[in-house]
Design a protein around this ligand. Structure first.
Ligand code: GSH
Length: 201
């Protein structure tokens, strides 16, 4: 049995989308971030960084933290959503890394300075807004010629989707990026994506 420790945040939704796409048998263990449950010793033993998500695979007794690593683990375990041929596989991995290193941190910081900062910091708001806009242009350019981020639907799309889905919270005018919007609406219509979002709502 797979156990997913998660919460209703963009990073927390990524592995849920994959679990739903794979129709795997799994259970959800909600970590209440507001109550600081991510800092409890039992949880820190699973995830030394005190963040969600974390996956525990009871079959292999492997524990994986970092959402990108969880996506790779499940894709490799099942042989799905990560191509086998090296060129196609590394195209997925490069966009997954792009999400983990750029989209997640920059969108996250913009969300913080727009909605969560204890005082307004105009410089930080401007800096992260510009960087998020730049990243959206990169995504828009890729979706101009590709149906999905690395060609076929993959774990890289599942990693990017929850951050783009936070467009409202980020004051992000998605209509300025027509190809990104087309991709977003395609994913939004997938049953597994809708099911994953509903599970945490
Ligand atoms: N790079 C990590 C980031 C995880 C992360 O930042 N999780 C946030 C929620 S989206 C969290 O657990 N925050 C709780 C805290 O910072 O105390 C991943 O992708 O798994």
């Amino acid at each position: 049995m797979l156990k997913l420790y998660t919460a209703p945040t963009p990073n927390g939704k990524k592995p849920l989308i994959l679990l739903e796409e794979l129709s795997l048998d799994y259970s959800i263990h909600r970590v209440d971030l507001g109550k600081g449950e991510q800092f409890l010793p039992d949880y820190v033993a699973l995830n030394p960084n005190s963040k969600i998500p974390t996956l525990v695979d009871g079959e292999t007794e492997i524990t994986v933290f970092e959402s990108g690593a969880i996506l790779l683990y499940l894709a490799e375990k099942t042989g799905q959503y990560l191509p086998e041929t090296p060129q196609a596989k590394y195209q997925v991995i490069e966009w997954l890394m792009f999400q983990m290193a750029s989209v997640g941190p920059m969108f996250g910081q913009l969300g913080h300075f727009l909605n969560g900062a204890s005082e307004p910091v105009p410089y930080a708001m401007r800096r992260y807004e510009q960087e998020v806009q730049r990243l959206c242009r990169v995504l828009d350019g890729q979706f101009q010629t590709k149906e999905f981020i690395a060609g076929a639907y993959s774990i890289a799309d599942m990693a990017i989707f929850p951050w783009v889905a936070a467009y409202d919270y980020l004051d992000l005018p998605l209509e300025d990026y027509p190809h990104l919007l087309r991709w977003f609406e395609t994913l939004q219509k997938r049953g597994a994506v809708q099911q994953a979002l509903a599970l945490l709502s």
